[in-house]
Design a protein around this ligand. Structure first.
Ligand SMILES: [Zn+2]
Length: 391
């Protein structure tokens, strides 16, 4: 059996001054047309009680500058708005679609392949985009010949850098389901990444932690500066650059760890974590990327946002593991977060309420006398619970 799969590859892009202006103009127009369409829909609904579906073409006569940017990007704004409405109708908790602000949100636009308007020149390390021409990119990965280019998302990052994320589609064989023989459980470790049921303590490398400390320091500096001043602006850029760097380092490390796990095991059990339980873990250093709650664009994060993003590290790692495993017909099992993984003695099943105290790093089972490392014992329980679920 075969199917289709997608993969996104991100390249650093080096636009000329003129190209950078065009990228920013396009991002601006996408936001502008998104807001116009939203306005039209709201006004139409208020007068007729009916929905309408405006297209970007509707505004091109009034605002001729919309003709100067990539029309696929504008079409994607229409799709994005339709998606926002759909999400709102399906789940009222998401809230009504909002106007896009110049300052908030990521600065991106997406364009699609149509009749050869996009080309990736493998040797010259450049990418042809509509209305932009050839854009220099740093290609770190050879693209297999059978990957089909679908779309490109151009981003102007808060650090001032540009990136192009290319989405490819490729044919894939749906893998045979693997019967789990080699299994592992992972216990989330706030100071590192995880502790495995086989006793592996996966810690982020030293250079990453150093970079995190540096980022926290620079963020603290930023919070003491006069908002809007020249120094403040300079510091924003510095924070954004460090922020992107730590994010890249973290992703890199997680990929390596995930690849190794997928190569050695057939089934991986993890805890389905809630934010709260993570905050309570011992030795929790607040994630410096969220510390002080400054976003890379120098704005103070809203409380809810800072919270919802701070579990990203481990959550992203689990998602990564899940799709890497799936490609080989293997499975990731999420164990209920109320499962008392750290309280149960793995050897005899005795439930030791004393381990609720998070400072207890090692303990001896009062029933069977076995000595436990808190995290390894928890990881073993997670592994067995995952196996119970799978069978
Ligand atoms: Zn015991």
């Amino acid at each position: 059996m075969s199917g289709k799969d997608h993969i996104a590859v991100r390249f650093r892009a080096y636009p000329t001054e003129e190209q950078a202006r065009q990228v920013n103009r396009t991002i601006g127009c996408v936001r502008f047309v998104y807001n116009l369409m939203l306005e039209t829909r709201i006004a139409h609904y208020q007068t007729t009680w009916e929905s309408c579906y405006p297209t970007p073409a509707l505004y091109k006569d009034t605002y001729p500058f919309l003709r100067e940017v990539d029309s696929f990007a504008l079409c994607n704004a229409q799709l994005a708005l339709e998606k926002a409405y759909k999400r709102f109708f399906e789940d009222r908790k998401t809230g009504f679609p909002k106007y896009k602000s110049k300052r908030r949100g990521r600065k991106t636009y997406t364009t699609n392949l149509s009749h050869g308007n996009i080309e990736l020149d493998d040797k010259a390390r450049r990418l042809k985009l509509p209305k932009l021409g050839w854009l220099a990119v740093r290609q770190h990965k050879r693209i297999p010949d059978d990957w089909k280019l679908k779309s490109v998302t151009v981003e102007h990052c808060p650090s001032g850098r540009y990136t192009a994320t290319i989405l490819f589609e490729y044919e894939t064989q749906i893998p045979e389901k693997v019967r789990p023989v080699k299994t592992v459980g992972l216990d989330y470790a706030s100071h590192g990444l995880y502790v495995s049921s086989d006793g592996e303590h996966a810690e982020y490398p030293g250079y990453y932690r150093k970079m995190q400390d540096k980022l926290a320091r620079e963020q603290r500096k930023l919070s003491h500066m006069v908002k809007g001043s020249a120094n403040w602006r300079k510091q924003c850029k510095r924070v954004a650059r460090l922020y992107e760097k730590t994010a890249n380092q973290r992703r890199d490390y997680q990929h390596k760890k995930a690849n190794r796990i997928v190569a050695s095991y057939d089934m991986v059990g993890v805890e389905a974590l809630s934010m709260k339980s993570m905050m309570k873990k011992p030795g929790t250093k607040p994630d410096p990327e969220r510390q002080g709650h400054y976003l890379p664009n120098g704005r103070k994060a809203r409380k809810g946002l800072a919270k919802s993003t701070s579990d990203n590290g481990y959550g992203m790692f689990c998602t990564m593991l899940e799709y890497k495993l799936a490609r080989q017909g293997k499975r990731l099992i999420r164990v209920d977060r109320w499962f008392p993984s750290s309280q149960l003695c793995h050897d005899c099943g005795y439930r030791n309420p004393q381990t609720k105290d998070l400072d207890v790093r090692e303990w001896t089972c009062p029933q069977c006398g076995v000595m436990h490392d808190r995290d390894v014992n928890a990881a073993r329980n997670i592994r067995d619970e995952a196996m119970r679920i799978i069978e």
